[in-house]
Design a protein around this ligand. Structure first.
Ligand code: FE2
Ligand code: FE2
Length: 269
């Protein structure tokens, strides 16, 4: 039988996945996201890229119904598939690092949803905060649990945003995408192209890139972004398998690419 992905209704999708999304929808308000940005975007914790990769050996993403391997294996599988297709070196690197923001769990806590046990502030599909939650979210029945949906400033289609303001002006639910994007934006030696940074920032934004929601808020540049993210998404999603790698086996190949685009210095998280 052909493997299917992202089937959230399958009988074997664990109660934990559904529960993860219930908590995420309930807790990710505009106020929460603003507090997390202030708390986590401090750029004062230096860590080498490969040390960060190694830490993802300790994390299994509870929101992912397709994979129960340590997250570093998913990163290597994505990168290797991009490499096999002879895609550009920067895109291979993006595959390798796109989920590295999950190392937030090293300095996270249960109350913020940023720990090993509570991951609702770190992983899972994200949505825009400050405007209505669309039905294209997984488990849309949880949308009404979000306190912002009872506040008329935040519960209309446009909410706090101007029509056509564009993706980059939106505040998304807090998680590993935005965290890594901001950390790399702050990293002086970063020369990843705009497409690579977009893939990092928006790959979990399923209600937009797969659900087609938020059309009122999109801007002129965003069609270009959509093409980039859909291109990347096939490697994020369809490469999940039980094949495992050792970090040391692949490091020789990726290290020079990492140095080319991110320099040799530690990254400040
Ligand atoms: Fe991700
Ligand atoms: Fe991923």
């Amino acid at each position: 039988m052909e493997k299917t992905f992202r089937n959230y209704q399958a009988a074997d999708v664990s109660v934990a996945v559904r529960e993860h999304y219930r908590k995420m929808r309930k807790n990710q308000t505009l106020d929460y996201v603003t507090r997390m940005q202030q708390k986590y975007l401090t750029y004062d914790k230096p860590m080498d890229l490969w040390d960060a990769m190694a830490h993802l050996n300790d994390l299994i993403d509870v929101s992912d119904p397709d994979l129960d391997l340590p997250n570093v294996q998913h990163l290597i599988q994505s990168a290797e598939a991009i490499r096999e297709d002879n895609r550009p070196d920067w895109m291979q690197l993006v595959g390798l690092i796109h989920d590295l923001g999950k190392i937030m769990f090293l300095w996270g806590c249960d109350e913020d949803g940023t720990s090993q046990a509570e991951q609702w502030g770190m992983v899972g599909d994200v949505f825009v905060v400050g405007c209505a939650l669309p039905d294209s979210c997984v488990y849309p029945e949880f949308n009404k649990l979000n306190p912002d949906m009872a506040d008329e400033k935040y519960n209309s289609t446009k909410g706090i945003y101007k029509e056509g303001c564009g993706l980059n002006a939106l505040t998304l639910a807090w998680g590993h995408d935005e965290y890594l994007y901001q950390v790399l934006k702050n990293h002086d030696q970063n020369t990843l192209p705009e497409a690579g940074m977009a893939m990092i920032r928006f790959h979990s934004f399923y209600p937009w890139h797969s659900g087609g929601s938020y059309s009122e808020l999109l801007g002129d540049n965003d069609a270009k972004y959509l093409a980039w993210i859909r291109d990347f998404n096939k490697y994020d999603l369809y490469t999940k398998s039980n094949k495992t790698y050792e970090l040391d086996e692949i490091k020789d190949y990726y290290q020079p690419i990492a140095e080319k685009y991110l320099g040799g210095q530690p990254i400040f998280w």
